[in-house]
Design a protein around this ligand. Structure first.
Ligand SMILES: N[C@@H](CCC(=O)N[C@@H](CS)C(=O)NCC(=O)O)C(=O)O
Length: 208
């Protein structure tokens, strides 16, 4: 029997993607929690045993004789959803889903998630000069990503294919809390309606 454990911090949207994927698929997932602000993913034990990259989420896959660790949120979501309806059967749609997951990691998360973390969990007054200098460019890039998403959703219900996929889960995680980073979602009606569709999926669990 395979036992799954998510090494996570409940504040993290990257971790939430995996919890949401597991919940939508009805897969049991044990949780092991860390406080990233206290540096708990940078200890020698964590680096040696769990992820040499010093970050969560990490999905631990225990198959009895072998215990393996899979970092990177979108890779872990893929592992859980492989063979399910959350990955489109159509070849183009499957690649298109990956397109949006790469977009999430390159254009969305480094801007929307980072501003949320800095402004809500670290506090503007505690930012370094270097972080402060990045506030404006990250806000502009985050707004651009959210605008592109809203535009894409003007003519369709889901990011790739005709039903919810991992692209929706990956993009939902930090979009639905983007206001904590100072991004206004109300001005984006298609995006707002899509957030409602994701939250209405059977098995949905909230973040945190
Ligand atoms: N690309 C990675 C990003 C992982 C990441 O940045 N994790 C953050 C929390 S969301 C973290 O562990 N930060 C703690 C640290 O860097 O010390 C993923 O999608 O899983």
């Amino acid at each position: 029997m395979t036992r799954l454990t998510l090494h996570e911090d409940p504040l993290s949207g990257n971790c939430y993607k995996i919890r949401l994927t597991a919940a939508l698929l009805g897969l049991p997932l044990a949780l092991r929690q860390y406080d990233i602000r206290a540096g708990e993913t940078r200890t020698p034990a964590f680096l040696a045993e769990v992820n040499a990259n010093g970050r969560i989420p990490v999905l631990e896959i225990d198959e009895g004789e072998e215990r393996r660790f899979l970092p990177e949120s979108n890779a872990a979501c893929w592992y859980l959803a492989d063979g399910s309806a959350l990955i489109p059967a159509d070849r183009f749609d499957r690649a298109d889903m990956l397109r949006w997951m790469f977009f999430e990691q390159y254009n969305h998360e480094p801007n929307v998630a980072t501003l949320r973390f800095w402004l809500t969990y670290i506090g503007e007054a505690n930012l370094t000069d270097q972080q402060r200098a990045l506030l404006a460019p990250k806000r502009a890039a985050g707004e651009e990503a959210l605008q592109l998403m809203d535009q894409h959703l003007a003519t369709r219900d889901w990011f790739a294919g005709n039903s919810a996929s991992l692209a929706d889960i990956a993009l939902y995680a930090y979009t639905h809390v983007a206001e904590e980073g100072g991004f206004a979602l109300g001005e984006r009606p298609h995006l707002t309606r899509w957030l409602g569709r994701v939250a209405a999926l059977p098995g949905y669990v909230p973040m945190g």
